[in-house]
Design a protein. Structure first.
Length: 114
């Protein structure tokens, strides 16, 4: 849902007349706020789990891998909003969300080992 929302924000900002200078800076600013809130929420919910509820070391590895890549993408949005003003960092944030969503879906439908 986050990737769709960010894409819609970008499309709305691209249709504003007269065209905004630095539309990708604005998009990356919105993405930075949205990804930060998303990351804080996910981290808080992960910390509320009981250790026994987690599947084991693989779940922890996946969470920390996604958290480190997500933090990097979030900081890239901030850098893009402040300095670059390019499309590709904003798009990288959207692609990251889609890739991790597909990965989580794959983990959800995979049969569990007993």
């Amino acid at each position: 849902m986050l990737a769709l929302g960010l894409s819609m924000v970008a499309q709305v900002l691209l249709t504003v007349e007269p065209p905004l200078n630095g539309v990708w800076r604005w998009c990356s600013g919105v993405a930075f706020v949205a990804l930060s809130v998303f990351g804080i929420t996910i981290t808080a919910s992960f910390r509320s789990f009981d250790v026994r509820e987690l599947e084991g070391p693989s779940a922890n590895f996946i969470f920390y891998l996604a958290a480190s890549i997500g933090t990097s993408a979030t900081l890239l949005q901030l850098y893009n909003a402040a300095f670059l003003g390019a499309f590709w960092p904003f798009f990288a944030g959207i692609v990251l969300q889609l890739v991790f969503a597909m990965f989580q879906f794959g983990r959800m439908i995979r049969p569990r080992r007993e």
